[in-house]
Design a protein around this ligand. Structure first.
Ligand SMILES: Cc1ncc(COP(=O)(O)O)c(C=O)c1O
Length: 400
């Protein structure tokens, strides 16, 4: 295995623990490697390929765009930026959008918005509340906001100005911020992804919204992984009936074309002025077309409804098949963002599943994460269960 990896990647930096697999093409929820082996894709490039692979409506639209204009920079108006922004505003109930290229960039912009929000109010050293087990990216600021010492180690000094609290504990949030006039924002994922598929409870989301209103803080919700229809609502926080002030998006928004966005409500929409933020590639015509077409195709085929229905079926099937199995701690998540937590580290399952023709990931050491494309069918999730469950059972049996 090592020889394959070294031979396959002699010149790229050694930043990923890659499986010895090179994927060559995909169709729907299936992918094939360079040796012709087929896999069922329950990972979708880590919650990115919303429309699966080689979607018959997305591909011609992107081909059309590539032939027209790939990039032009933000010295000029880009009509599809306005189109995509208008759509995101409509879906979110918020007001304005800034475009960038990735999740960490969207979060970086959110952090800058929060700091400037504080400075505009005369707060010289603004503080932002962040969460245990959070993942917001790997730039210096976003890894500082991330709640994982392994990701931070070796990159100190970290960015200052974060207060860290546990999930779903309103009293802990109140205690950590009590009498602190420098707090400007609360920042979290509705369902933590990398941290192990950990949902914020609806009741807690409502309490934090109320607290942010009372204290005049920004409520900033990172929907990079859980957003864009995956849970059966456009944005996962919508299950709680709340609206954030700032919402970073990325991953599924472009169905595989790199894209990021920060959606802002009235409290945050006019903080940035010309010269405050920007980037060469952000909002480029190709990425914007991918975003516009992704949402159009999702609406046309009710893929959000599909995510809710097929996701509920997947969760129920896993619960049934794994009921009473010793070593299963919890099956949790919503729609097509599900985690199966085992009582021990189970990273070896990624390779074993791949050998059996199924792509998954294990996150937070012991949580099997399933985030397939939103086009996945009931028959395909039945296949996931049929491959995955015996492998989990065998793994737990050999560890017992
Ligand atoms: C919730 C969340 N925020 C931010 C990021 C970072 O996104 P990117 O990898 O595009 O920088 C991720 C990536 O996994 C994520 O899950």
């Amino acid at each position: 295995m090592t020889a394959f990896v070294e031979a396959a990647s002699p010149h790229t930096m050694n930043t990923y623990g890659r499986l010895p697999i090179a994927l060559e093409r995909g169709q729907g929820c299936r992918v094939w490697d360079v040796n012709g082996k087929q896999y069922l894709d329950a990972l979708a490039g880590i919650a990115v390929n919303t429309l699966g692979h080689n979607h018959p409506e997305l591909v011609p639209a992107l081909q059309d765009q590539v032939a027209k204009l790939i990039h032009c920079c933000n010295y000029y108006h880009i009509p599809d930026q306005e189109r995509l922004a208008a759509k995101l505003v409509e879906l979110s109930g918020m007001t304005n959008v800034f475009f960038c290229n990735s999740g960490l960039e969207a979060n970086e912009a959110a952090l800058k918005l929060a700091r400037k929000y504080g400075h505009d109010k005369g707060i010289a050293l603004p503080k932002i509340v962040v969460y245990e087990k959070a993942f917001h990216g790997r730039s210096i600021a976003t890894l500082s906001a991330t709640g994982n010492a392994k990701i931070q180690k070796g990159f100190e000094p970290l960015v200052e100005g974060f207060i860290r609290v546990p999930l779903n504990d309103i009293e802990a949030l109140k205690a950590a911020t009590a009498n602190d006039p420098s707090v400007v924002a609360v920042f979290f994922e509705t369902i933590q992804g990398e941290g192990g598929v950990n949902p914020m409870r609806s009741e807690y989301l409502k309490q934090v919204r109320a607290l942010c209103d009372e204290k005049d803080w920004l409520l900033m919700i990172d929907e990079v992984q859980c957003g864009m229809g995956r849970t059966g609502k456009w944005f996962a926080h919508q299950w709680a009936g709340i609206v954030p002030d700032v919402m970073p998006l990325a991953k599924g928004l472009g169905s595989g074309v790199p894209i990021g966005a920060v959606v802002a409500g009235p409290k945050a929409a006019h903080i940035f002025q010309p010269g405050n933020h920007g980037g060469t590639f952000g909002g480029n015509p190709l990425a914007m077309r991918a975003g516009v077409e992704t949402i159009r195709i999702m609406e046309k085929h009710d893929l959000m409804g599909n995510a809710a229905r097929v996701g509920a079926h997947l969760q129920a099937s896993l619960e049934k098949a794994l009921a009473g199995v010793k070593g299963i701690k919890e099956i949790r998540g919503q729609g097509l963002m599900l985690g199966i937590e085992l009582d021990k580290p189970c990273g070896v399952l990624t390779q074993r599943c791949a050998d059996a023709g199924l792509l998954i990931s294990v996150t937070a050491d012991s949580v099997i994460r399933l985030v397939p494309a939103l086009i996945i069918t009931e028959a395909e999730v039945n296949e996931i269960v049929a491959i995955l469950v015996p492998l989990i059972q065998a793994f737990l049996a050999e560890q017992a």
